[in-house]
Each structure stands twice: as C-alpha cells, then as structure tokens.
Design a protein around this ligand. Structure first.
Ligand SMILES: [Ca+2]
Length: 277
C-alpha cells in the first residue's frame, strides 16, 4: 500500500510539474519547476551524488537532515528519505544549518549551538563534534573548496577552515549592489570556481570571487519568489522568513536546482552570461 501511495505521489507530481520551455527571466533560464510539500525550512541544499540531493532543514524541535531522490526520467523529486531527526537524536536543542560532503563525511553546522557535527556519509552515525572558534558568530552556510571548509556566520566574512575548524584564511565580501547589506550570506555552492551565495532576506544569488571576496555578478530570483507568493496565496510569505534559500549544482546537466524555506517548488535553472575566470 505504501509503495502504491508513493507511486501515486510521483504520478501526481509528474502531471503538475511545469515545463517552462526554457523561459528566460533577466539573466537566467528556468528549465523546470518541481513540486514538493512546503514543509522544509531549507538550510543546506546540495547534490549528494548523481541521483540524490542532501538537504538540511532548520528551526528548533523540527531540524533534520535527509535526502531527496532526483529522478530525471520520471521528472520528479521525492519527499525526504533517510531522515536524521535532530530533536529525536539529541537531548539538547539543535538548529541545523549549512552542510557539506567532504572526504566521505557529512559536516553540518548548528545555528547558535557553537559546534559543527561530523556524520558518516549516510547520516547514521555522528563521528565527532567540533566547537566553533570564538570569532564565529553563528553557523550559517557551509561548503568546501579545494581542501578547505568554507563557512559563513551572518557577517560580511567568508572563512576557510580545515576539518577541525582551524582557520586557514578569511575574506571580506565586498561589491554588493546594495553595499549596506553585504552580509547575511546563507546557503552556499561552489560553481565553476566561484562561490554562489544566497543572502538571507533577498532573492539574489551572489557570485563571489574565492580569492578576493569581490562580488562579480548578481542573479535576482524575484520572479521565483513571486510565483511562490502566488501559489501560497500569502502575500506575507516572504516576510515570515520563508525566503529564497538553497542552491545545488547538478554536474550531470550543468544546471542548478534552487528553492527556498517552506517553498512548494524546486526550480531547475541555468545562469546566463556567467563570469569566466
Ligand atoms: Ca548548496
């Protein structure tokens, strides 16, 4: 019965997924729109392997880390599988934040708990807990580049650490079009040698030079946020904090999957006129 229900869900999703026919909005192209249950406060969003996305979902009491199966043939993205539920697993409160898969382990930041958790590669065992250095304000975004963990903490800085959070380098981000608001870099992704960053409470993907911290380009996803507001029929959806957040690079198709907190959609997009190194 369970299997049948799952099949039904997949079939329903298949019917209502939107084929945009390569709609171009500003400087990006929308290829697909996938439906999902709007019940994940998306923090980290990344490809785990060619068929699965790894996602963390925040907030106290309901934080989780899990996988979503991406079936390109069925044109569907599944609901969460392999769920690690933080409040069930820990006595203490944990608010899950950024994550990355590095050297066959999954690293997950916590928001204000001042430590990073290191899991095995299936989210089954916590191998270790690493405390934040004192200058890290809070745990926000996490990815890795070359042999460094790349961390943001809500400030205007990007930090490069080894796997034990020993500082290797730090960069100040500069050159945001609104220079008064060159902070709050949240979900991260490495793409073609640059750092892509969501900014909390804006719809912009910032393209940041990993050597200088300079913002070299911005992609405004306002169009997607408007579609979410229309679909939820809640003009305050964005103001409630259910903002654009989540960028995952699909190497197989050279496209990005993007989403937001409690969004009912995951979009497949392609950035146009991307800077060349
Ligand atoms: Ca990401």
């Amino acid at each position: 019965m369970k299997k049948k229900n799952q099949q039904n869900i997949i079939q329903e999703q298949k019917v209502v997924n939107v084929k945009y026919g390569e709609k171009i909005v500003n400087n990006y192209k929308i290829l697909e729109r996938y439906n999902r249950q709007p019940n994940q406060y998306t923090q980290c969003f990344m490809f785990y392997n060619s068929t699965h996305i790894l996602e963390t979902s925040g907030l106290y009491q309901i934080s989780s880390a899990h996988f979503l199966k991406y079936d390109r043939d069925q044109n569907s993205i599944s609901e969460p599988v392999g769920v690690f539920n933080f409040s069930q697993q820990f006595n203490s409160k944990i608010f899950a934040e950024g994550c990355t898969l590095y050297n066959n382990q999954i690293y997950i930041l916590t928001y204000q708990e001042n430590h990073m958790l290191v899991f095995d590669n299936e989210l089954k065992i916590v191998n270790k807990k690493v405390n934040y250095p004192s200058f890290i304000r809070e745990g926000w975004g996490l990815t890795h580049y070359n042999d460094s963990l790349v961390v943001t903490d809500g400030s205007n800085m990007i930090y490069f650490f080894d796997e034990n959070l020993n500082l290797k380098n730090r960069l100040q981000v500069k050159g945001c079009s609104n220079s008064n608001f060159c902070t709050y870099f949240n979900e991260l992704e490495i793409y073609k040698g640059y750092l892509l960053a969501n900014q909390y409470y804006s719809n912009i993907i910032f393209v940041i030079n990993l050597s200088t911290g300079q913002v070299e380009k911005e992609y405004n996803m306002q169009f997607l946020a408007q579609e979410v507001i229309q679909a939820t029929q809640d003009s305050q959806y964005f103001n409630k904090g259910f903002v654009f957040n989540g960028i995952a690079y699909d190497e197989l198709t050279d496209t990005l999957l993007v989403t937001g907190k409690f969004w009912p959609f995951i979009y497949q997009i392609q950035l146009l006129d991307f800077p060349s190194q």
